[in-house]
Design a protein around this ligand. Structure first.
Ligand code: GAR
Length: 215
């Protein structure tokens, strides 16, 4: 069974969506460890409730960012973690962790990358006035939200959307596509070629959406 380690900074609703799929038996994986970079991250309460080991690793206690991520990699390796899932982890992952888990770290981002990377992807999209936004699950490299895309899902953006209303619409889809991407990984169906992710046994359809509807 796939062993997963999760890194989070806050609320942890994406962490919960992974827990729920695993507990329901739809995702054949065992979540072995939660690492947080903030002592009061609510994700810790979720870990406690589901008897998942959790660690607060304080970035302030390390002389450099590389040292911090070397420590996280060591804790994950010590527990034989195979896949690392970033779930609202608000730091750019550094080389020591990326190198320890090549194409074995995933992230969920609340925008259609490469649009609106970084913080507040939903606010960036609403402020820009795009008609369609969404979320992206991707493998993590050393850049900021730049790694190979695994799954994307789109939602319409309304002219009166605020950061909060758009975030809520996108979050519902995050909770669907993140466990789905992990399932594909667990089933051995993802292959990374350069920056293209090939998905075995997945037939894509030539459908499209237009917002606002036309015709
Ligand atoms: C989610 O919307 C996630 O996509 C976003 O933070 C939120 C965390 O929510 N991540 C980023 O913006 C990463 N750049 P959660 O803690 O409830 O999962």
């Amino acid at each position: 069974m796939l062993t997963i380690g999760v890194l989070a900074s806050g609320r942890g609703s994406n962490f919960q969506s992974i827990i729920d799929e695993a507990e329901a038996g739809r995702l054949k994986a065992s979540i072995k460890l939660l690492v947080v970079d903030k002592p009061d991250a609510y994700a810790v309460e979720r870990a406690k409730k589901h008897s998942i080991e959790h660690l607060f690793i304080n970035p302030k206690e390390f002389p450099s960012k590389d040292d911090y991520f070397r420590k996280i990699a060591a804790e994950l390796k010590a527990r034989d973690i195979e896949l690392v899932a970033l779930a609202g982890f608000m730091r750019i992952v550094r080389k020591p962790l990326v190198d320890a888990f090549p194409n074995r770290i995933m992230n969920i981002h609340p925008a259609l990358l490469p649009s609106f990377p970084g913080l507040h992807g939903q606010k960036q999209a609403a402020d820009y006035g795009v008609r369609i936004s969404g979320c992206t699950v991707h493998f993590v490299d050393e850049g900021m939200d730049t790694g190979p895309v695994i799954i994307q899902a789109a939602v319409p953006v309304r002219p009166d959307d605020t950061e909060d209303t758009l975030s809520a619409r996108i979050l519902k889809l995050e909770h669907k596509i993140y466990p789905e991407a992990i399932k594909l990984y667990a089933e051995g169906r993802l292959r990374v070629e350069g920056r293209i992710v090939k998905i075995a046994g997945c037939e894509l359809k030539d459908e499209y959406i237009v917002n606002p509807p036309i015709g």
